[in-house]
Design a protein. Structure first.
Ligand SMILES: [Fe+2]
Length: 462
């Protein structure tokens, strides 16, 4: 009996690590069976898709088998096999192999089935479906703000709610801070647990946040070692910013992903990114331009301001008629414009800015002039429908209620007709999160009440 107890304790210790101040068991040990399977959009979404997955380090084969999806289990069109490569990671628990295959020469607007593995009998995943992008006719996508904390416990309902609302969405965009500790295998395990097979069925698009950066033991501060091996995003950005700063032309829309953390910590990356942004905004003829970035141009949380970044990016956004900027970081919901909107205003000159949050970390709102509608102390997800001449935006509370909505219709001069569709029966939710209530000093309360009163007054007049 004592021997058995010793064995149990030894195994428990073996699979536990001192992780960030507490004992974290390895809930998701890698095995020879692929897990953490995720699809990424590449630069050519009508004819390519990126496939990544994880195995234990003993697996050295990286293959994707795929065929045009067919209801017959005999796959009458035949199965093709494409090899890839893997990257080894030494995590806080063990070593794992992270495999990547880019499927190329696919047909647009086509449903495929695929599985990943090492080509041996036991090493295959289940078969899943995905669809390549359509050439035209419109598309839809889901947008999730920071997930970051309590990913399994509290973010699961956000990603699953979003998928349940729009299971036909063409892809899911994550606005950075997917995890809290950039190199924590435990947290990436939770991110994949929450999304499960959604990650392997609906392509992902993501930009990096500050929490995708980690301080290493040698003092360096770098992008998460998980980012490159986990995703297969484009490498068409400036030097040194592969898979974090990139563009994708999806039907009639140019998506531009910026790496705001690199901008803020590295003057060379800031300069390169600004120069690249200028040419990327200028050299395209897509109808719509949507910028994806973590730190917002206008902060939604009190006491924050990314002035240096705003001074670099905003004039370019305005000059080149960026339509929408989808952001995160401030753990609140807010949307609005550079020049505060007036009541009944139906034309927009510049971009519509949105900040959102999908995880459970909650902050208080800045309630600044740029904001047209806000929310605090709630988790949300958003769906966007992009058509030939309009974009329809809807924000939902994770409990499924529509919270905010608007449409943009592009005019020939680059400006947009704006249609407010805020649900009339949904009042603004401007609660102070419980964790902040505990910390607020009387001075904090005073400031918040002043901001709140000024915001309400402005709303009344506008
Ligand atoms: Fe952040």
């Amino acid at each position: 009996m004592n021997k058995l107890l010793t064995l149990v304790v030894s195994i428990t210790l073996l699979f536990s690590v001192k992780g960030y101040g507490q004992e974290v068991p390895d809930f998701y040990p890698p095995s020879i069976v692929p897990d953490r399977i995720v699809l990424s959009l590449t630069q050519y979404p009508t004819r390519e898709i990126g496939v990544n997955w994880r195995t234990s380090a003993e697996v050295t084969g990286s293959y994707v088998e795929f065929a045009k999806a067919d209801p017959s289990p005999n796959f009458p069109d035949g199965v093709k096999s494409t090899p890839g490569h893997f990257t080894g990671l030494h995590t806080e628990f063990d070593s794992s192999h992270h495999h990547e295959v880019i499927l190329k020469e696919l047909s647009s607007s086509t449903q495929y089935m695929y599985r990943v593995g090492d080509s041996t009998e036991l090493g295959w995943s289940e078969w899943s479906h995905f669809s390549t992008a359509k050439n035209d006719g419109g598309f839809s996508f889901l947008y999730l703000g920071d997930a970051q904390n309590d990913l399994k416990s509290m973010w699961s309902r956000a990603i699953r709610g979003a998928y349940s609302t729009r299971p036909d969405a063409d892809f899911i965009f994550h606005a950075g801070d997917l995890v809290d500790k950039a190199d924590s295998d435990a947290e990436w395990g939770d991110w994949f647990y929450a999304g499960g097979w959604i990650h392997s069925s609906v392509p992902t698009l993501a930009c990096t946040g500050n929490h995708e950066y980690a301080r290493r033991s040698d003092g360096s501060y770098n992008l998460s070692s998980f980012w490159g091996p986990t995703f297969a995003f484009p490498t068409n950005g400036p030097k040194g910013l592969d898979e974090t700063t990139y563009y994708i032309d999806y039907q009639n829309t140019r998506f531009i992903s910026l790496n705001t953390q690199a901008f803020l910590i590295d003057p060379t990356a800031a300069e390169r990114q600004t120069r690249w942004l200028k040419s990327t905004l200028k050299n395209h003829e897509q109808k719509w331009t949507i910028v994806l970035m973590h730190h917002p141009i206008y902060s939604a949380k009190s006491g924050r301001d990314n002035m240096q970044m705003r001074e670099a990016f905003l004039p370019l956004f305005e000059k080149h008629h960026v339509d929408l900027v989808l952001q995160g970081h401030d753990h609140t919901y807010a949307r609005g414009t550079s020049t505060p909107m007036s009541k009944g205003q139906n034309v927009l000159d510049g971009p519509m800015f949105v900040v959102s949050v999908s995880g459970p970390k909650m902050y208080d709102l800045s309630l600044e002039d740029w904001m047209t509608r806000g929310a605090s102390d709630v988790q949300l997800y958003q769906e966007l429908d992009v058509g030939p001449t309009s974009i329809a935006f809807k924000a939902y509370l994770v409990t499924g209620e529509l919270y905010d909505a608007f449409e943009l219709h592009k005019m020939n001069d680059g400006r947009k007709i704006y249609v407010d569709q805020t649900p009339e029966d949904q009042p603004e939710l401007l609660g102070i999160p419980e964790a902040l209530r505990q910390k607020f000093t009387s001075q904090d309360w005073k400031k918040y009440k002043e901001r709140f009163a000024a915001y309400k007054e402005r709303k009344k007049n506008n």
